[in-house]
Design a protein around this ligand. Structure first.
Ligand SMILES: [Zn+2]
Length: 369
């Protein structure tokens, strides 16, 4: 505690300053302050921590020349020995409020920043998917159908052409598809109340491909049917691919993507203010890819479960996927893809095809819930 220091006390009753010795003592809520008059024989006055308007802390570079401490009904204290005041306050163990320490201490600033970033990461990791699930439930099927119709019209006007598959063949595959769709049991549904009508359409104009539009429309290209024929695979291969696409529909992946990006942008906007535009654009690309990889796994899990339920093998589908990749990369089926594809895989929405194919052959995709 030490000897204390001298200061001038304006007690509020007399206009003259009184010469006092100031001492600080540690207390429960913070230091107390004692004024011991040096000019008269008056008794010392001790003020509890809350009776004193403690001046804000200052940085070492900007020490004020003198200090006025408000003592409420007891007037005020003028301190010329600012260093003495500071030492006494520190010695009596007063800790500044967080907002003050933020201004003076980088370590605290750093901790607060790290906590804020962790909060943001947690929001991204758990908050966004959770919010997206809740919101996706509210999106009406009619909206999805509307979006799909317009998307397919656009595609028909640009990339896609009418299918050249014989009617008979289309009808055959559609019958297999309808039988598969009938096996979508309630326990396979992520959204129990979501029951879109599943339809299959054929198109050409693209390579081997199949995709799901929100609301239940699934499109398969002639190229996919031809790829299966080239590899002399049974139609179970194509049915497996369709099961995967039904998985995308039943998980409402396209709608979730739209909703997730929206939630994320709004969330980042709230958290980051003006910086949000740049950060969220970068974030959208990366998170979009991360979500899509998760969606592919979910669709594979769904396909495995649905095929098992329908009593169909998933191995032919695995062979078809390997064959398509081999066609695309010019490698033998199952061979390691060319140099440069390892980082491409990072940016690809599909997990590495060989691993996927192995899982599908085992009938056990990793990471299924
Ligand atoms: Zn997929």
């Amino acid at each position: 505690m030490g000897e204390g220091f001298r200061a001038a006390w304006f007690d509020g009753r007399s206009s003259r300053a009184r010469d006092v010795r100031v001492t600080l003592a540690p207390g429960a809520g913070g230091p107390s302050l004692t004024l011991e008059p040096l000019d008269t024989t008056g008794a010392p006055l001790t003020l509890a921590h809350r009776q004193v308007q403690w001046p804000e802390a200052w940085s070492a570079k900007r020490i004020p020349r003198k200090l006025v401490v408000d003592l409420g009904v007891h007037g005020s204290l003028q301190v010329d020995d600012v260093a003495g005041w500071h030492a006494a306050v520190e010695g009596a163990g007063r800790t500044a409020p967080l907002s003050q320490r933020m201004q003076t201490r980088w370590s605290v600033f750093l901790v607060v920043t790290v906590v804020a970033l962790a909060g943001l990461a947690a929001f991204y990791r758990w908050g966004t998917p959770w919010a997206a699930t809740q919101l996706t439930r509210q999106v009406p099927l009619a909206w999805e159908r509307n979006v799909s119709e317009r998307a397919l019209q656009d595609l028909d006007g640009s990339w896609l052409k009418p299918s050249k598959l014989p009617e008979q063949r289309q009808a055959e595959l559609r019958a297999r598809f309808d039988a598969l769709a009938a096996q979508v049991a309630p326990e396979l549904r992520r959204y129990p109340a979501y029951g879109p009508r599943l339809t299959l359409q054929f198109r050409s104009g693209m390579g081997a491909n199949a995709f799901a539009l929100p609301g239940g429309s699934i499109v398969m290209t002639d190229g996919m049917v031809e790829a299966a024929a080239r590899q002399k695979l049974s139609d179970d291969a194509l049915v497996g691919v369709l099961a995967h696409e039904i998985g995308h529909v039943m998980h409402r992946h396209t709608t979730r993507m739209i909703v997730e990006q929206g939630v994320l942008n709004v969330g980042l906007g709230i958290a980051l203010g003006d910086v949000s535009t740049i950060v969220s654009m970068g974030g959208s690309v990366l998170t979009g890819l991360a979500y899509r990889r998760g969606h592919e796994t979910e669709a594979d899990c769904f396909a495995t479960a649905l095929m098992r339920r329908a009593g169909l093998p998933t191995a032919p589908m695995a062979d078809l996927l390997l064959g398509i990749e081999a066609d695309a990369t010019g490698n033998k089926p199952g061979a390691k893809a060319r140099q440069g594809t390892s980082w491409m895989n990072l940016l690809s929405s599909h997990p590495e095809t060989p691993q996927r194919a192995r899982d599908l052959k085992d009938g056990h995709t990793q990471g299924c819930r």
